[in-house]
Design a protein around this ligand. Sequence first.
Ligand code: GDP
Ligand code: ZN
Length: 307
Amino acid sequence: MKTLIGIILKAHSGFFTVHTEAGDFVCQLRGRLKKERRQTDLAAIGDQVEISRQPNGAGMIEAIAPRRSALARRAPLGSKRVREGKGKAQVIVANPDQAVFVFACAEPSPHLRMLDRFLVLAEAERLPALICANKCDLITPEAARELFQLYPPLGYRVIFTSAHAGIGLDALREALRGKISVFAGPSGVGKSSLLNAVQPGLGLKTSAVSQATAKGRHTTVYSELFTLDGGGSVADTPGLRALTLWDVEPEELDGYFVEIRNLVSRCGFSDCTHIHEPGCAVRQAVENGQISSSRYESYCRLRAGDF
Ligand code: GDP
Ligand code: ZN
């Protein structure tokens, strides 16, 4: 049997749109696969699959490659099932290579607390993160750099873009090439505009329209991968917004702040929360300016359960 290798772009009630060299095919899952994969979602966007072509022009998914990784949503934290490790995962994207967190330099001004929360998620998922500072046409380059200056020293690359003025698009395209990228960010920062600019012809709806339809999509965690001409694909997933820190125990949080993680071993108490204990190396680093007070504030808020 001649088969094709492809990637799932869309999943919709038992049907999957699979992108292959020979085009896109709407496929169903071969029955025996349903028995093999009980634990997590059978197949999700981002999964690599082998399909056979059916006489009617559709396809049949014959095999699913093992996942390298997955962004998944579990049952709510605190539920018994999760504690017992049985929380059934709803896979939002399989095999993501990186997260791209999009914020605007202005209109709306960047919500860095939310960015820090996203970065914690990425660290917890071991997903490399990239920051995209869009609408840089609205302020001076110096002001834009200053807004995001905390992040490059922590190892997070910041790409300054303007979907309107065409700034930074080549750099962004290059960063996306050959990878599965998950886009996330508040609405109105220009995610759709940016993707349309990176990939002309994509035709994503922007501004008012996208916000109206986004509402319904939030609840269903419906998402889709868009393939890029240069290779690679992007998930613009409302589902990521719904991701909370279910998987992060308060005691683990310090491990997901890159500048805090290395200091933890120097605290006086091994179970230091870095909030009130004497001899805390983290608080000392905040005092002497080694750790930014903004990032520390984000840590304290997340630690207190304020997401
Ligand atoms: P999304 O909700 O993140 O997908 O944002 P949209 O792509 O819908 O954009 C929201 C608004 O910001 C729209 O009115 C866009 O025209 C505008 N916008 C998007 N990118 C830029 C940009 O680079 N510069 C400026 N000045 N406005 C932008
Ligand atoms: Zn401490």
